[in-house]
Design a protein around this ligand. Structure first.
Ligand code: IVH
Length: 674
């Protein structure tokens, strides 16, 4: 027998034991689940090769770890089992084939369910009353968390109906909702308390709280998926019917459970749930297929601690481990410095990731992430990949804390951090070539000047070769310059020239948006164009005039005024106009632009989103009269939350009322009709 295998087995057991303890006992895992699964699988494979080396205390013989001593221990009336995993369709096919062969049938009916990513729990009901709640622990012995379980509103303290068994163990998963998780972390951060890595850790941390008052404040949810001991009564003869029974007794079950036929039905279900995954309000890490018929389940039986009649089909991991090779700093259009992790390529969330965001200096400090670290990278759905944490026990010697540079890595200008911002910014403005490039990319983008065929790479070349410094230089480009650039054929050069020429004929709204004024997005640009009608008036407007425009608050007004105050910006605008950029001014005809003239409005109650003053000024802008009291002459009453007598009066007079949502839609319609 190979000595190497033996050594490896010992090492794997030690490692798994360590990670098990961190995961189950400390609620603070160091490595992603997928890595843990890999270690366990490797150990399983080696033990299969050398069965004589299996020991009683091998992690393969015991799921989970010892419970914390501070909770009392209880014995489950029936052990809590685990599931074997499949990562590929082939493994699901094998599972189905083995089951069919053993049962001697052509097709199996399966109950299919999401695999909830929370924490398994066993609830004991006697005479319909919840008397105990316990964590899984090692599957045989768990922790008594009854006080905490009782705080979870989704878990009934008493069962409904009259046909439940007198003694019943219900098994299911405690999870934290995604929305609840986000809120919890936000408030933890504000209080300076521990931030949880993901909803599962947060659920585990909340349920294994010694103070049940804290648990009570946590957004926990529970879904049942099985029964344990059943005495003095019966449940049902299939998994699907068991779930329906549990539901009828008041126990929540996932809305995604289904019954399907054969392995194809299972695989189709996998696809459909994977598509829905992001939209669900709780995390799942795969789906579970269970032979539906209980008689067939009994016939199939168990291998060690997992049933032969069920399998978990896991999704591609959303978290993976890799090495942080370096940290690059990107400079955005507004000068914001973003630290970006350069990673040893890693397959995560279905794609190969080589870069991930580190957000900002505060996040790097909080997570203590250093170059050379082994880090956990997360990519969920369409979200930008991020570095979640680093594994301190794997840190190489002599690493240094990372600090963002104090001068811009692109132009060398000073980097500043405003008091209330987490973000650091380069002060180089349009002197900084990174900001030049981003400003130009924005200027030519589809919703701005819409210059077709001028790609990012070309913009970068033009700036790097000093042919373009600011956006006005685009309109001075000639064939010779363009065709002289790398990878630029004459035909494409001509296309670019044509596209630039075509973009000269634009609209005021597009032009304002294209300038890239901070805080001025597409919608604000349109509002500004429609309110001022021409650029000269907009450029001359002071903050008072600007804040009178709907949607323009003091911060936006300040940003606009500053932009036009800057000589450099005025010069660029003059040059653009000189080179032939033009648009039709909008005629502001007071009559046409006051569509609510002769209409009287009353605003009452609290408008949570826009505020009462903002609502009034929006109405006045459109020519409406805003009055303080409701009379027969009132045309509309805008009703916020907790309205007083005005709403009641309006109701009695039969005046049309708009709640905040309806009012916003109304405003939008009127504004666009102008
Ligand atoms: S059934 C006999 N159904 O997965 C099978 N488990 O590795 C007992 N889990 O500890 C489990 N969703 O925490 C089952 N729909 C589901 C599940 C599910 C999540 C968890 C559970 C269990 C682990 C098994």
């Amino acid at each position: 027998m190979s000595v190497l295998d033996k050594d490896r087995i010992v090492k794997l057991r030690d490692d798994i034991h360590y990670h098990n303890h961190r995961y189950y006992v400390l609620d603070d895992p160091e490595i992603p689940d997928i890595e843990y699964d890999r270690l366990l699988r490797e150990l399983e494979a080696l033990e299969k090769k050398h069965p004589e080396l299996i020991t009683l205390d091998s992690p393969t013989q015991r799921v989970g770890s010892e419970p914390l001593s501070s909770f009392s221990q209880i014995n489950h009336l029936l052990p809590m089992l685990s599931l074997s995993n499949a990562f590929e369709d082939g493994e699901v096919n094998d599972f189905d084939r083995r089951a069919r062969e053993k049962l001697g049938v052509d097709k199996i009916i399966y109950a299919v369910e999401p695999k909830l990513d929370g924490l398994a729990i066993s609830l004991l009901y006697e005479n319909g009353v919840l008397i105990r709640g316990a964590t899984r622990g090692d599957g045989v012995t768990g922790e008594d968390v009854t006080q905490n379980v009782r705080t979870i509103e989704a878990i009934p303290l008493r069962l409904q109906g009259d046909d439940y068994p007198l003694k019943l163990e219900v098994r299911g998963e405690v999870v934290m909702t995604k929305s609840g998780f986000d809120k919890l972390n936000e408030s933890q951060r504000k209080k300076g308390d521990k931030v949880f890595a993901n909803p599962r850790n947060a659920a585990a941390g909340s349920l294994r709280q010694l103070d049940s008052k804290i648990t009570a404040t946590r957004p926990l949810m529970f879904y049942s998926y099985a029964v344990g001991l059943v005495e003095q009564g019966s449940v049902a003869h299939s998994q699907s019917d068991i779930l329906l029974k549990l539901k009828s007794w008041g126990l929540p079950i996932s809305s995604e459970v289904k019954q399907v036929t054969g392995v194809n039905g299972c695989l189709e279900y996998y696809e459909s749930i994977q598509k829905k995954r992001d939209a669900l309000n709780y995390d799942i890490d795969g789906v579970v297929y269970k032979v539906d018929n209980i008689e067939q389940q009994k016939e199939l039986g168990f291998v060690s601690r997992a049933p032969r009649w069920a399998i978990a089909h896991k999704f591609a991991a959303q978290e993976e481990m890799t090495t942080l090779l370096g940290i690059d700093v990107q400079v955005g259009r507004t000068g914001a410095l973003t630290p970006v992790a350069r990673l040893e390529p890693v397959f995560v969330g279905g794609v190969t990731v080589t870069n991930a965001t580190l957000h900002n200096q505060d996040e790097i400090d909080r997570k203590d992430i250093r170059v050379g670290d082994t880090v956990i990278v997360r990519r969920a759905g369409d979200v930008i990949p991020e570095v979640v944490s680093s594994i301190k026990s794997k840190r190489p010697a002599r690493t240094k804390k990372y600090k963002l540079p104090t001068s811009c890595p692109v132009c060398g200008s000073e980097v500043i951090r405003l008091d209330d911002e987490a973000i650091m910014r380069c002060t180089g403005g349009l002197f900084c070539s990174a900001q030049q490039k981003e400003a130009i990319k924005h200027f030519i983008s589809r919703k701005a000047m819409d210059v077709d065929g001028l790609g990012d790479k070309l913009v970068e070349q033009l700036v790097d070769t000093n042919n373009v410094k600011d956006v006005s230089d685009l309109y001075r480009l000639d064939m010779q310059t363009l065709a002289g650039l790398e990878r630029m054929a004459e035909k494409s050069a001509q296309n670019v020239i044509n596209a630039i020429e075509k973009s000269k004929d634009t609209t005021l709204a597009r032009f304002i948006f294209a300038l890239g004024i901070r805080q001025v997005g597409e919608t604000t640009a349109k509002t500004l164009a429609n309110s001022f009608g021409n650029l000269t008036d907009l450029m001359a407007a002071n903050e008072e005039k600007l804040t009178a425009i709907p949607d323009v608050g003091p911060v936006v007004a300040d940003s606009i005024a500053h932009f036009f105050h800057e000589t450099h910006n005025r010069t660029v605008i003059d040059k653009l106009i000189d080179y032939g950029v033009h648009w039709a001014d909008i005629k502001i005809d007071e009559d046409i632009h006051k569509p609510l003239e002769n209409q009287t409005f009353v605003v009452t109650g609290t408008l949570s989103d826009m505020g009462r003053d903002e609502a009034k000024s929006a109405l006045e802008q459109l020519g409406a009269k805003v009055s303080g009291s409701v009379s027969k002459k009132t045309n509309y009453v805008v009703v916020g939350e907790k309205p007083g007598s005005k709403a009641a009066k309006a109701e009695s007079l039969g005046i049309e009322m708009l709640d905040e949502k309806a009012f916003k839609i109304f405003l939008q319609k009127v504004q666009t009709s102008r």
